[in-house]
Design a protein. Sequence first.
Lengths: 486, 485
Amino acid sequence: MNGYKVLIGLEMHCEISETKTKVFSSAANSYSDIPNSNIRPVDMAFPGTLPVVNKEAIKKALMASIILNCKQPEYIYFERKNYYYPDLPKGFQITQETKPAPVGSYGSLTYECDDELKTVRINNIHLEEDAASTDHYATVSTIDYNRAGVPLLELVTYPDFHSAKEAVSFLETMRSIYQYAGISEADSKKGQIRCDVNVSIMDENLDETKEENWGTKVEIKNVNSFGGVRDAINYEIERQIELKESGEYDKMEQQTRRWDEESGTTIYMRSKVDAIDYKYFIEPNLPKFKLSQEWLESIKESIPELAPERKEKYINEYGISNYDATIIVKEKAVADYYEDAIKLGANPKSASNWVTSIILGYLNKNDMKISELFFEPKMLVDLLKMIEDGKISSKQSKEVFYKSVEDKKEPSIIVEDLGIKQIGGEDEILKIVTEVLDEQPAAIETYKQGRTNIVDFLVGQVMKKTKGQANPAMTRSMMISEIEKR
Amino acid sequence: MSYMEKTIKELHEDLKNGVVTSDELVKESLKKSHEIGEKYNAFVTILDDAKGSAVTDNLLSGIPYGIKDNYSTKDVLSTGSSNTLKDYVPFFTATAIKNLEKSGAVAVNKTVLDEFGMGGTGTTGHTGVVKNPWDRTRMCAGSSSGSACAVAAGVYPYATGSDTGDSIRKPAAYCGIVGYKPTYGMISRYGLFPFASSLDHCGVLSRCVMDAAIVADNMKGIDKNDMTSWDSSDMHLYDSLNGDVKGKKICYVKEICDIENYPNASDELKSHLENFHKTLDKCRALGMDVEEVSIAKRLLNAVASVYVVISCAEATSNMSNLTGIIFGPRGEGKSYIEMMKNYRTEGFSPLIKRRFVIGSYVLQAQNKNRYFFNAQRVRRLLVDEWKKLYQKYDAVILPVGSGPAKHLDGSLDILDENTQILEEHLQIGNFGGFPSITIPNGFVSNLPVGVNITGNCYDDINVLNIAYALESSMNYRNQIAKEVE
């Protein structure tokens, strides 16, 4: 980006998944593969149906607003955004557009990017309803109204990001907040997160705090994964720089483009002058209501421990490394898993080693979520106990883990099934050590000549004979003392 | 005299005493439905399968009634009198109708309205023009045209209506009956096809104030499906009717009621206003204080525009769900836009399309402040002005319209722009959500005319009591329409 500065703003849509019902409907708010199974008449806009606000959704939206250091409005009310689209059964979306309606205005959030703390200003965060989902086939299109009316939080930032990396770091922080605060699973695979990105470039030596120095804003719609956000931004930066270099930048009008995942490019949709007039007006069926300070206070107090606080706790109380703590808190479900194991008596350090290396390694390799893992925290605790008690070696424990996960059997049963046990009895080990030394007189000679690392080879022989079941530490110390004796 | 020409209380006593059965009432009402339907075109659907219901202590039990066809009724065609819903059979029932069902009331037909309630003539329903039962060459007004016609003609003692501008209270006047819309939100709107949500009210058309009170008692109630509904469980309208109005203070507006405002007044208008002043004398005779108040004419002249702007804006949005994709006869077309366009182009009457264009126009970004926001500001000014009156007066009393029912052939009526305020002032009751009732107060050219009483929000009991007392001092209670030649 030689000579250019990039300004990036985000509109992040995240479904609130953690309410029982939808935002203006009593239909269940739950993801379902069966189309049109979570719907009430209002979700399909049958004549005479009316929206009813879900207080729980407002509570969660206000919680997000508080976490983002936004100002909360005096009154909560909603507006209609009018437009026709097959996925919009009413012909309008109930949302919050005009300030001071949004649940949050003018906030900021500090996030980490490459070990550096950065701050982004939040323009607003508002609560609205999601549209239905559509699928298009060769001759027909299908509409699934399950998603229609699911509560949706739209967060709008100022163009404070300067790289795709910053934007994605912020999105990851937001996902973590939504998960930790119990607002949303924030799972982009379920389509719960969708982003619009705006990108502009300007000459590097100009002052970016002055809006007149900004370049032409290009908005990219419907980017549905963080990887997509990264790629779309980088593509768009390249595209705009090329326009600058070829002298065509000034001809570019403010526009909306679409991210095409398959080709990895952005495609022109419409110019600013063709922008849709949404004819907003206040939703008359939802009377505005005053937000009480008491309610806001109680929401504030009910905000659970978020990732940074947990991380601090892991480092200071559990004594694990900053690196490991960062990995564990990245996904709330993983951190919950880790804390559950500790609550059940696991040693924090051993549990941390297991979670960060073996368990997450396995999940990544198999593209699984920790919630899908058969191996529950209790099983990890059992396994760690067996190692601690010397019943199995740490090498064996890994074998037990994989077998347990694959066969969906508890580790203790696996140990029994495989006949795994660690040979820990002194007599037994001594017998095999003696056997090995008897077979390897040359090695003893080598040792006596001072090349003591030959012990590794001898211990290896013991392991071979015992199929790895001998306690390695005990074997090593016994091996040395037996050689010395000869 | 047939049973269906009696009041609810009389019918209840007859049922209780075994003089007549609910089945017999239903049969009579159905027979009359067919007669009146043929003569005046008042019904979209006649429910020939309707059966009598058990008679309980509820005054409405076992008694037939009619439902305006913009109320959603489960398993019964509900069209809103529009081609866009000509085949629509809902799978849920409006709360207000459910409440009547719970009372044991028996629905016998669905009545014609101006398409989706967006009209005041009774001529725009998809099943054709509704005629006035006093004079077939005249209109019933609208939009609760079929309900007003049927109640006046003695098909049953009452029918439900809805009122966005004057859609209950104007047809009541033209048909010589009672039309009552309670305070906004007293009756749930869940299941009422919306026209303009901030102005829409459910209500009732009946032939006497007591019946209106009984029916509203049974329709009302807070509803978890309508956030604008409120708890009125401690408000008993029927029980509160005592006719004691001594010392009540009411007022009328000079700029609306004074004949001086209408230099070209027709004879009918003159008689109408004279008659109104006679009604005021009756109020005085009942012991009420009647005073004349003055409201800025400029403000009053804005009523009609404010109504058009706000109601059209809300309507265009409310009716965006009518795409023919989920319900209604699906349009043909190569794309969804074409399908929607064809469905809406073919389905809506020209009047509605015109209103959609207005609604869309006033909401456009470049026009919104000038039209929509200004209309909201003036609405607020008007409501504030009326609220000020209610600080001093129990109710405002005004004549309904500029005379009796207008002719269906518009060329027979004399157009007088000066009388616009007389035709439109009832809309103020919708701007403020005020309880408002029209009762018959005499005849002009042998046709009934009405007077309206409007009070402050939540003051329904007071409004009903004043109307009840006034009604009992006149001779038009429970009158049945008789065709005049």
